[in-house]
Design a protein around this ligand. Structure first.
Ligand code: ADP
Ligand code: MG
Length: 253
């Protein structure tokens, strides 16, 4: 499998002087093209920091992040805006849709920012929204949608630029269990049928059981890793629960 993303010995400190937090401590792993990786660990273990370093919202203190052979951790701020816009798709817990734009305008916003012509972005929007079963909602505003539908709109917005990697931080965090399950079905479809590479942070073992790999962080270190392989969701879910019990501490919140 072709390596798409390399995280090499990444360390991240926050603060200065006597109040320094080591949020990430020498983390290394590779992500292959087409992979679906869940990142799990207790609150404060460094999950969001890791995702934010990969998305360059945070800068690493040491180590490297390499995407498609490009060392992005040493890029300058003006190059990073292009990197984020062209190479990454984001899905957030709280959807981050713009209330004053319609569903279609929200979804095509990243293409408008890239200067893609309206006609082309409209065609791409139709294709993706049909795959995600939200093509009936294009003229509505986000407030008129359910939480589950809003998150599918966010998925469409993340997909429309055909990014190299989709980064999702607690994508089911605001959804009930039925809509969480539906969203995970959508992410699996994006991964299997659209060949999207997905890196997702979650504290929920059921959500993690949909991924192909689960990385566990503890105190900013990569502590353990599970591979789903041919195992069912049920079996990998049991393994995630057993690993969490070994991780110990205050539980995953
Ligand atoms: P998680 O997402 O696993 O809950 P985080 O990545 O948010 O963990 O946090 C890891 C550690 O870094 C925690 O100790 C947290 O308090 C600290 N931290 C995160 N962001 C900041 C920040 N902006 N400034 C200072 N400390 C931070
Ligand atoms: Mg977090």
């Amino acid at each position: 499998m072709k390596v798409l993303l390399k995280v090499e010995d990444v360390t991240k400190y926050y603060g200065t002087g006597q109040v320094v937090t080591k949020a990430l401590d020498g983390i290394s792993f590779d992500v292959a093209k087409g992979d679906f990786v869940a990142i799990m660990g207790a609150s404060g273990s460094g999950k969001s920091t890791l995702l934010n370093c990969i998305s360059t919202i945070d800068r690493v203190s040491a180590g490297k992040i390499i995407l498609e052979g490009d060392v992005i951790s040493s890029k300058k701020e003006d190059e990073l805006a292009h990197y984020r816009r062209d190479k990454l798709g984001f899905i957030f817990q709280d959807y981050n849709l713009l209330d004053t734009l319609t569903v279609e305008e929200n979804i095509t916003l990243p293409l408008n920012l890239q200067g893609v012509a309206h006609k082309k972005s409209s065609v791409l929007c139709r294709q993706i929204t049909e795959q995600l079963a939200i093509s009936e909602q294009l003229n509505k505003f986000p407030v008129e949608l359910s939480g589950g539908q809003r998150q599918r709109v966010a998925c469409a917005r993340a997909l429309i630029t055909k990014p190299s990697v989709i980064l999702a931080d607690e994508p089911t965090g605001a959804l009930d269990s039925i809509n969480s399950k539906k969203l995970m079905g959508t992410l699996v479809m994006m991964n299997e049928e659209m060949q999207s590479t997905i890196l997702m942070v979650t504290h929920d073992p059921l959500v993690g059981s949909y991924a192909k790999r689960v990385l566990f962080l503890k105190d900013g270190k990569l502590w353990n890793e599970l591979y789903k392989g041919d195992k069912s969701n049920r079996v990998i879910h049991e393994e995630i629960l057993a690993t969490m019990a070994l991780l110990g501490g205050e539980g995953l919140v």
